[in-house]
Design a protein. Structure first.
Length: 91
């Protein structure tokens, strides 16, 4: 598995077709959640590392900058273990 080929759109035959390429064809809103999803099993650690490294560049802004920067922050918080788990807060 490799996170380098993840884009925000594909033709029906699987050919990557990014919706709007800005600073490259990848979008944090696709690469980040894929990396977070891979956290479900340690066998995907190399994929997680690749996704993290790509998102951490802060340059995965295909599409809208605001949306992609938001997904960048959320994905990095989750992949580093710094996203607050509000279900664990006791009153």
């Amino acid at each position: 598995m490799n996170s380098n080929g993840i884009v925000d759109g594909y033709d029906l035959n699987g050919t990557p077709k990014p919706d709007r390429a800005v600073n490259g064809a990848q979008a944090a809103s696709f690469v980040g959640p894929a990396g977070v999803g891979a956290m479900s099993d340690t066998q995907y650690q190399s994929f997680i590392n690749q996704a993290y490294a790509a998102v951490a560049t802060l340059n995965l802004t295909a599409g809208t900058i605001y949306c992609q920067k938001s997904w960048t922050a959320l994905s990095l918080l989750m992949m580093t273990g710094n996203l607050v788990d509000f279900t664990q807060i006791v009153r």
